[in-house]
Ligand binder design. Structure first.
Ligand SMILES: [Zn+2]
Length: 373
């Protein structure tokens, strides 16, 4: 039998840039099919609010995808991105310093003709398109959800970047009027999409036969566990296997599949004939549950109030310390200094709570809420 564990979040102790998103009273929609391989998801985590309301996070027993089974509607997310995400002072309004990205380096390594027509889904400020330009490509296009970033990207990369939603079929029809593309890429976008299949729907439409699609998204095995469990804007987390299933279901043939930092990357070619269906032994959810239970320090969370902390980046540093009231800030920061880790941390105050039968991790709180930044 699988281990079960219950924890109560009593206080968002030190969110360090994250904010609470209240979901109490928000209508939730449910979908328990894995978007990558269509297998039924198993409930891995259930959020239970005293004031009423439940929400589940599922894990795929076939391909090790993880994502919310219950979540607010697509319209809710559109509103969220328009009103909260893009106006948030914690999200930088200016492009970060230009740094070569390994996804683009991998594309450049393919030595594709520099006359190729290139499209980026989710350009941000245009750093990646700019890297493509520096790599010799000049026919650069893209789409970006935020109007001011679309404008910034157009300038930064001398590219034709439109403002819009790539999951909208009308938008795809407009893009196709620019002609078919030979390279489509996307970094850190699919995990935010209500339906990640929409990225492949659109990419299949605008890529010519034999064209290359390159996608990078968070790696479910490397992303910090609280990010997968509690960070609402990341609706999905992927394994190498789930990317491969997803690509194959659209008739893409995988050229390379690898991990970079906290991400997984697939580079695939569009084929005309549907690729052979992947047949695989189900991966099971044990590996995912073990990661989450270990990083969540479940064996160290007891009946007394405890501060659970984790590293902001995916370095897997997590820990707990006994709650000592007003001494907490001192203990918290000295604990970090003692570990000599020059990283930033987040922490929440938790204590042990009843486990539910059949649910590996139950997370209780007074009101249904998650986090965003
Ligand atoms: Zn799956």
């Amino acid at each position: 039998m699988k281990q079960t564990f219950g924890v109560r979040i009593t206080d968002p102790f030190h969110l360090n840039g994250w904010q609470v998103v209240e979901l109490a009273g928000t209508a939730l929609e449910s979908s328990d099919a894995c978007p990558c391989c269509l297998t039924k998801l198993e409930t891995a985590v259930e959020f239970v609010a005293d004031a009423g309301g439940r929400m589940r996070l599922g894990a795929c027993p076939m391909c090790e995808y993880a994502g919310y089974i219950d979540r607010p509607s697509q319209a809710w997310f559109q509103d969220f991105y328009n009103k909260q995400w893009d106006t948030n002072p914690n999200v930088p309004a200016q492009p970060a310093e230009f740094k070569p990205n390994p996804l683009i380096s991998a594309i450049l390594d393919l030595k594709l003709p520099t006359t190729s027509k290139v499209f980026e889904v989710g350009t941000g400020y245009g750093q990646l398109l700019r890297q493509m330009r520096q790599g010799g490509f000049s026919d650069l296009h893209g789409i970006e959800h935020s109007p001011h970033r679309a404008e910034a990207a157009s300038k930064a990369a001398e590219a034709n970047v439109m403002h819009g939603d790539f999951s909208d079929p009308e938008v795809i029809a407009n893009i196709k009027q620019r002609g078919m593309f030979q390279i489509v890429f996307s970094k850190s976008v699919m995990e935010h999409m209500f339906d990640p299949r929409a990225l492949f729907d659109g990419a299949s439409e605008i890529l010519e036969e034999g064209g290359v699609l390159a996608v990078t998204v968070p790696n479910v095995f490397r992303e910090p566990t609280p990010g997968t469990l509690f960070f609402l804007p990341h609706l999905h987390a992927f394994s190498l296997g789930s990317l491969e299933f997803l690509a194959q279901s659209y008739g893409f043939e995988s050229v390379s599949l690898f991990e970079i930092g906290n991400g997984v990357v697939i580079i695939a070619r569009k084929k005309t004939a549907m690729a052979k269906k992947l047949s695989r032994t189900p991966a099971g959810t044990e590996r995912l549950l073990e990661k989450w239970m270990t990083e969540f320090c479940v064996s160290k969370i007891g009946d007394a109030s405890t501060v659970y902390w984790w590293g902001v980046t995916g370095n897997r540093w997590t820990g707990v310390f006994k709650d000592r009231g007003f001494l907490n800030p001192i203990l918290f920061w000295s604990g970090i200094l003692l570990r000599r880790i020059p990283k930033r941390y987040r922490a929440i105050r938790v204590k042990k709570a009843p486990a539910q039968e059949g649910v590996p991790i139950t997370v209780y709180s007074s009101k249904l809420s998650l986090f965003y930044k």
